[in-house]
Design a protein around this ligand. Sequence first.
Ligand code: SF4
Ligand code: SF4
Length: 225
Amino acid sequence: MDKQKIILEKIKEWGASEVGFSYLGDVLPESLQDLKYGISVLIKLSDRIINEIDDKPTYTYFHHYRSVNTLIDQITLKTVLLLEKWGYNALAVPASQSIKELGEYRGLFQHKTAATMAGLGWIGKNGLLVTEKYGPRVRLGTVLTDFELEPGTPISESKCGECNLCVTSCPAMALHGRLWEAGIDRKEIVDAHACSEYMNKNFKHIGRGSVCGICIRVCPYGIKI
Ligand code: SF4
Ligand code: SF4
């Protein structure tokens, strides 16, 4: 079996709902240019838990959010160890990370960029990855590697259309209602500062001010009838 297929099967066996492969050479910062290929790990969130979110997050959602992040970090670590065993270089981007030096609420590399380039979904008006199958009810991880992968077909256009549900539901009025296209700055879609401020002010007692979930719960792509 070829190595890419082994990676795909292993990651699914370890618990991922979807796996995507991408070429990131055109979008990586200089410091990561030695690892031009991306492996996106997607975990679907629990419908029961997301459906319980109303005008605020729940304690259970906060726990779930952190559990899924831990699972993602374990899967991406295992993937790195497998790639290193085969003699390749690889780096797991933490599931949830905010590096002050990189600017507002940014991690080492944007999971969502890798996921759109792998063809897993588009960026919704909520600023989150939206997939056909699960809507935005997903969490993401990314492994960067120098192992040459066959990439998926990138998605470069939004499928939100006229929908505005997340925009009108956001209590922080942090969403601008702008349709995403590849390359657009996140600031055009979401005011990350307003979102974070609102969560810190209103949900500190529930999720330490780091989760909300309203714009995830309302998305029709994620609501199963
Ligand atoms: S997480 Fe909450 S506050 Fe932030 S954009 Fe979504 S709905 Fe608005
Ligand atoms: S709620 Fe509507 S506008 Fe918002 S991400 Fe989902 S489909 Fe897009």
